[in-house]
Design a protein around this ligand. Structure first.
Ligand code: PHE
Ligand code: FE
Length: 279
């Protein structure tokens, strides 16, 4: 997640900026429409029901990049969440404070046409198409708020890097079991044309049953498709496993345990598929 950065002069203390919808060019909107059409076509039967149901939240009154004000009205009616614009990455405490108050921060810019498949910083397509549909789900909406509160708390324990792995392997790259099959709900997967196939169909990655402590020990890749995905049985279980656990003793316990490599399988894992790790 996000490293310490200084607030530029003139920026609001909560780092938000007006989205300024009028500043997007026709090309910006065309890139959104292209990405949207391509993924909306690919995801039925792959994305979780919750994500697919939430996708309707994004079908606004005009095509192109969503207007955050209109999007927030819809999301507010569904689950009490809002989307606010920020210039790019924001400090951890600012990010968590927004989540704890049911505000999702989204990057204002969109990738260029020659970057459709790979981008280092999250843009508005990842942030909105990837994250907003799940925020329209009442259970997941509560999980995201609780995560923000837990994030603020983790800073007191110097344990953010462990908690960040939970975000990574659920919010960004999570899989869920549905009708005895695997489905995607992680925003990093649904917003990726390649990984939304790879995460479900490829023989390479491990798919492992979700276990809170296991996940918080596991390092992750930020520069390639994941080596392991963690599978939750349903969103209610994820919410309960995290909100009904006091993380303070867990952080202390984790300090004494070695981290696990992204591709590791260890005793006690519920192995759904053992990856070949061949790419
Ligand atoms: N229960 C966690 C704590 O005690 C907070 C949390 C909730 C963290 C949900 C992540 C997700 O810190
Ligand atoms: Fe994200």
């Amino acid at each position: 997640m996000y490293s310490p950065i200084e607030r530029p002069d003139g920026l609001a203390p909560d780092w938000t900026i007006p989205q300024d919808w009028a500043h997007y060019s026709a090309e910006d909107h065309a890139v959104w429409d292209l990405l949207f059409a391509r993924q909306a076509r690919q995801l039925p039967g792959r994305a979780s029901k919750a994500w697919l149901a939430g996708l309707d939240t994004l079908r606004l009154s005009r095509p192109g990049i969503p207007d955050f004000a209109e999007l927030s009205d819809r999301l507010m009616a569904a689950t009490g969440w809002q989307v606010v614009a920020v210039p790019g990455l924001v400090p951890d405490d600012v990010f968590f404070d927004h989540l704890a108050n049911r505000r999702f921060v989204a990057g204002n810019f969109i990738r260029r046409r020659d970057q459709l498949d790979y981008l280092q910083e999250p843009d508005v397509f990842h942030d909105v198409f990837g994250h907003v549909p799940m925020l329209a789900d009442p259970v997941f909406a509560d999980y995201m708020q609780a995560y923000g509160q837990g994030g603020l708390r983790s800073l007191q324990f110097g344990a953010l890097h462990k908690l960040a792995r939970l975000y990574w392997y659920t919010v960004e790259f999570g899989l869920v079991r549905e009708d005895d099959d695997l489905r995607i709900y992680g925003s990093g997967i649904v917003s990726s044309h390649g990984e939304s196939i790879f995460a479900l169909d490829d023989a390479s990655p491990n798919r492992i049953g979700f276990d809170l402590k296991r996940v918080m020990r596991t390092e992750y890749r930020i520069d390639d498709y994941q080596r392991s995905y963690f599978v939750i049985p349903d969103f209610e279980t994820l919410l309960r496993a995290t909100t009904e656990t006091d993380f303070a003793p867990l952080y202390r316990e984790l300090e004494a345990l070695p981290d696990l490599a992204p591709d590791a399988l260890v005793a006690g894992d519920e192995v759904v598929t053992r990856g070949t790790q061949a790419r």
